[in-house]
Design a protein around this ligand. Structure first.
Ligand SMILES: [Zn+2]
Length: 131
């Protein structure tokens, strides 16, 4: 809280100093040059700030899209012992325990991997392409 107040005070002093300097250069029209420089600084800063925050928002959206893509990659349909089927985020590095939507019980998942021999003329998915 205090540091943001100091920052605001610092920018006001900096803006006023630059405006005073420009005003001193045009001594005959000091207040005219002072006001014009202040307005230019404030508008310039808001435009730059807008561009910066737009870029920030764009990169944030890109990161969110990546996150959603990564999360969806591991979702798979599993069947609870009660028979209810639901989509669960399966992880291979830790034990996956989810709560069934229907019976409200905690269910532990154990993923198993099946292996098949790759036979060249029939199998086309060698390079992990997404179809
Ligand atoms: Zn269940």
């Amino acid at each position: 809280m205090r540091s943001s107040f100091v920052k605001i005070l610092y920018s006001i002093i900096l803006t006023a100093s630059i405006s005073t300097l420009v005003g001193l250069i045009f001594k005959s029209n000091f207040w005219y040059a002072f006001s014009l420089t202040t307005i230019l600084q404030v508008t310039g800063f808001s435009i730059l700030n807008q561009i910066y925050s737009n870029r920030l928002m764009q990169s944030l959206e890109a990161v969110r899209a990546d996150q959603v893509r990564e999360q969806n990659r591991n979702y798979t349909s599993v069947e609870c012992p009660c028979g209810h089927i639901q989509s669960v985020d399966i992880r291979f590095d830790i034990k996956t325990v989810y709560v069934c939507d229907k019976c409200n019980n905690q269910v532990s998942c154990q993923p198993s991997v099946k292996t098949f021999l790759v036979t060249s003329p029939i199998y086309f998915g060698k390079d992990n392409e997404e179809h």
